[in-house]
Design a protein around this ligand. Structure first.
Ligand code: SAH
Length: 495
């Protein structure tokens, strides 16, 4: 029994054991022992627990006949007929005695929180159905193993478990179809590159079975179809990408992204994924929508897993619907992963609650892109009080937005806030009164991407600031207007 801590880890040999119907002894009656019992019961072991006393749950399990209790202090005879043992008491001497007794009988023993005394280690693990990933640091750095586990948790969603079950169910068919190992490996790669997992993720199990059958029948590589995931990348801060977005990015072979997608988000994708920028700069042509649709279809038909990555959310001023229609017409399997749209992100990062019990009972998301779209807006409805307006793509139309809102009755002292580069390190917030909107914005040379929020709530940007620099409320250099700080008014008190 080692008295001092080892400074090097033993070269451990990992195994997964089948404990069904096999006797396993857990020594200890506390909550640690309970957790070990639970894991062992899940694996189908015959659990025997040895301890003078048991915590309530363990006592209940004994009563229910789920586990067997050996009452009293540890005795080596407890190890009779046992395959494996875990010493989980809070007394190191008892734990060591269990390990020593197990050693003489050549029974594998673990002493909890005692890597040096343990003959086998319990790994950190993630479980998805029959699929298990076990992580070990050799006992030397369990916290690191736990950290790795947390990272893996985010990368493998529950569809991996369903996939593992499906493959287990069809194991014989797969072996018959590709009897030779090399062919099986290639077939498998093709199978997994196809739409199978995307379908499982969408809980479309029957379609997934069909896709599996199809892949099994297909003769050549091109017969296996790819899929497209339409993913909202959020406003820029990579922390605002969803977990599901991150997962599909990790699996992507090809990524078609917009100019609005930040480099930080793109950096999260698999290194060897092909990245295609289809960003459109206003007035600079760029890739047309029909070219984008054609690219998506072309790559998916070549069997690739394609991610169409868009700033914010793909269904909010993102033309996501048009792309899906084109994919559907081409018979390509797709899925949609929502993103945090600019209005939500900018409001949050500027400290502006979009609704307010007294001052804003509704929220309108408005596109202000170009003269034509400004002309089509229902200004009378937008000018109604008691609501918040979030204008997308409005940088060039600020004068007109102010004039129309005021002309239709919105009070000129209504607060506004412009959030430029929301959620990004270079975020700027400019806040003032509607009457001074275009002048104040011009004096600060506001650039795209910027979102305009109009409504009483906008004044809270000066009160609830928490991210980046404080809101700019006075004219910047080169300004032709007067300082335009909004009157805080009663909303600040209400907040
Ligand atoms: N689908 C996107 C919107 C695309 S339209 C979404 O859901 O957010 C592009 C407009 O979104 C920009 O002109 C700007 O008004 C707004 N926008 C996007 N990202 C932004 C950001 N980080 N900061 C401020 N505005 C942003």
């Amino acid at each position: 029994m080692p008295a001092t801590l080892q400074t090097t880890s033993p070269p451990l040999f990992p195994v997964f054991t089948d404990l069904r119907g096999r006797r396993v002894l857990v020594v200890g009656g506390g909550s640690v022992a309970q957790r070990k019992c639970e894991a062992l019961l899940e694996a189908g072991a015959l659990v025997v627990i040895g301890a003078p006393e048991l915590v309530t749950t363990l006592a209940q399990w004994v009563q229910q006949g789920r586990i067997v209790h050996l009452a009293g202090e540890f005795a080596p005879t407890w190890l009779d007929d046992v395959w494996l043992t875990i010493a989980a008491t809070d007394d190191p001497d008892t734990n060591h005695a269990v390990v020593a007794a197990a050693d003489t009988r050549r029974i594998w023993a673990n002493a909890v929180d005692d890597a040096d005394a343990s003959r086998f280690h319990m790994p950190a693990r993630i479980t998805r159905g029959p699929l298990q990933v076990a992580i070990s640091s050799g006992g030397g750095a369990p916290m690191l193993a736990r950290l790795v586990r947390e990272q893996l948790e985010t990368q493998f969603d529950e569809s991996f478990g369903v996939l593992a079950e499906l493959l287990t169910r069809h194991r014989q068919r797969i072996r018959t179809r590709w009897p030779e190992l090399g062919a099986r490996r290639r077939g498998f790669a093709r199978l997994l590159a196809g739409p199978l997992q995307a379908l499982l993720r969408k809980r479309q199990h029957i379609a997934a079975e069909h896709a599996f059958d199809q892949a099994l029948r297909a003769d050549d590589v091109l017969a296996t179809q790819g899929s497209v995931a339409l993913v909202g990348a959020g406003p820029g801060d990579p922390g605002l990408l969803t977990l599901r977005g991150l997962r599909v990015l990790n699996e992507a072979d090809v990524i078609l992204h917009d100019r609005l997608v930040s480099d930080e988000v793109l950096a999260l994708a698999r290194r060897d994924a092909e990245r295609i920028s289809v960003g459109k700069l206003v007035g600079e042509g760029g890739t047309s929508q029909s070219q984008i649709n054609a690219l998506l279809i072309e790559h998916a038909k070549a069997g690739k897993r394609v991610v169409r990555l868009k700033g914010g959310d793909a269904f909010v001023f993102g033309r996501g619907g048009e792309e899906l229609e084109a994919l559907q017409a081409a018979g390509i399997v797709f899925e949609v992963v929502p993103g945090i749209t600019a209005a939500l992100a900018c409001a949050a990062y500027a400290g502006i609650p979009l609704t307010h019990r007294e001052h804003a009972q509704s929220l309108q998301l408005v596109t202000a892109h170009g003269q034509a779209s400004l002309d089509r807006l229902d200004w009378a409805s937008l000018a109604t009080g008691n609501q918040t307006l979030a204008f997308y793509m409005g940088v060039s139309g600020l004068e007109r937005i102010r004039d129309q809102l005021v002309a239709h009755g919105r009070v000129p002292s209504t607060p506004f806030a412009i959030i430029e580069n929301g959620s990004r390190p270079e975020q700027r917030v400019i806040a003032g009164k509607l009457s001074a909107l275009p002048e104040l914005a011009r004096s600060h040379k506001v650039c795209a991407p910027a979102l305009l929020i109009v409504g009483e709530v906008a004044v809270l940007a000066t009160r609830l600031h928490w991210f980046g620099s404080e809101a700019l409320t006075t004219a910047g250099a080169g300004c032709d207007g007067t300082p335009a700080m909004a009157h805080i008014g009663d909303i600040a008190q209400a907040a």
